[in-house]
Design a protein around this ligand. Sequence first.
Ligand SMILES: Cc1cc2nc3c(=O)[nH]c(=O)nc-3n(C[C@H](O)[C@H](O)[C@H](O)COP(=O)(O)OP(=O)(O)OC[C@H]3O[C@@H](n4cnc5c(N)ncnc54)[C@H](O)[C@@H]3O)c2cc1C
Length: 456
Amino acid sequence: MGQMTEVDVLILGAGAAGLMCAIEAGRRGRRVLVLEHTDRPGKKILISGGGRCNFTNRDAAPENFLSANPHFAKSALARFTPQDFIDMVEKHRIPYHEKTLGQLFCDRSAHDILNMLLRECTDASVRIQLATRILSVAHVDGSSFRSGSGLSSHSTLGLSFRREAEESASRAPRFRVETSAGPITAASLVVATGGLSIPKMGATSFGYDLARQFGHAIVETRPGLVPLVFNPDDQARWGDLTGLSTEVSVSTAAPPAAKSKRARSTFREKMLITHRGLSGPAILQVSSFWRPGEPIELDLAPSFAPPVGSDSAGTHGEAERIFDPLLAPNARRDLTAAALALRSALPARLADRWLAVHSPAIRLNAQLFALPNSALAEMERQLHAWRILPAGTEGYDKAEVTVGGVDTDSLDARTMQSRTVPGLYFIGEVVDVTGWLGGYNFQWAWASGVSAGQSA
Ligand SMILES: Cc1cc2nc3c(=O)[nH]c(=O)nc-3n(C[C@H](O)[C@H](O)[C@H](O)COP(=O)(O)OP(=O)(O)OC[C@H]3O[C@@H](n4cnc5c(N)ncnc54)[C@H](O)[C@@H]3O)c2cc1C
């Protein structure tokens, strides 16, 4: 066991949020130590955005985040904006570009972002200690958390701490943390240990366990931004089309009772068929909203006019319907003509398969007869409202984020500090704030990290 170390701010987790918080607190002259249990900081930054790190989204706004309290993220997002992060990137002369939909990526590599954060940490005299296991966390008042031991003596500290609430900037040690490198005391303890996705990169449930130990509720966690898996019937119908990709508009098709309570978001992006199910940006986006047992609804031809009689019919200007060519005088109306028309909307193999599965003509064994208007209209309707009932998701091994987390009800939205345990902070993905795909999750990590760093 090493000697006792005393710091002002102890940050658990050297990921995006932890490093940003460390920089901000260090700049204020606080003595900051970051503890990381793996052998390198910022591993997820390095693999993010296909190695180029989609480090923010120019248009990030509170509407791009899921949380049981949709208002919670507003304060932090306003305190540190995408432009603030871009300013830091530009100060370090890191070349970047906008790929699509406001998403900013490094031109060279995600290493640029990590190196920038580490340089800023050095400039702010932040110490980072790697390969260090956290054995237990105790509050000076006696509440303790032992990593992995499953202890659950709930903190009853709320009242006794309230009178200390104004002392958050104090240097008096309030936490004692036992680690594999010796004991550490700290006035502020910032939990930045991330979510559950990609366990092989170092993800643990540590942050949630610690939160529970100190009496904080956890909004149920589930994998988000994750591919969806086909049910066996769809696997047989579509599973061999692996690699096919097409633009779709997708939403969760929640049952009416649930609709009123839950956000229903629609995303128009690419969908990819994989050997196990559906992926691509559109599916990853909707996966964060999806609940087991629910279908998702896809418009497979979003740039074509919707079928006659639908809610949005008439709003598509001059856009044609897919099967309009079959309605022309003297046009052929058999399946070959339908396949040709459908190939203008979908990749050929997907168009042919879709017809084989859905065509009423095949079902009636009437391949040689003309498709009646009613059949064309029905196929048109189904193409714009294709329902799939996924069997599940590919789980935390493949998920980019964890939806849910530390309940925001017991956190101060301005500082990320616990309302019941002064000096205890939660930032980044461990909190019940989850961004859409497209640089939003890093923006939350930066913004929540800065908010805590200004207070811890
Ligand atoms: C493949 C992939 C690609 C992604 N691409 C993007 C992207 O391009 N843009 C975007 O905005 N978001 C992206 N994300 C999401 C983004 O990486 C996360 O939302 C973000 O990293 C969260 O930051 P964080 O600091 O809260 O957690 P993390 O970055 O996960 O950091 C948590 C740190 O805590 C450490 N830790 C965990 N448990 C302990 C413990 N018990 N003791 C000590 N340390 C511990 C971990 O090792 C880790 O270093 C991607 C995610 C994945 C998986």
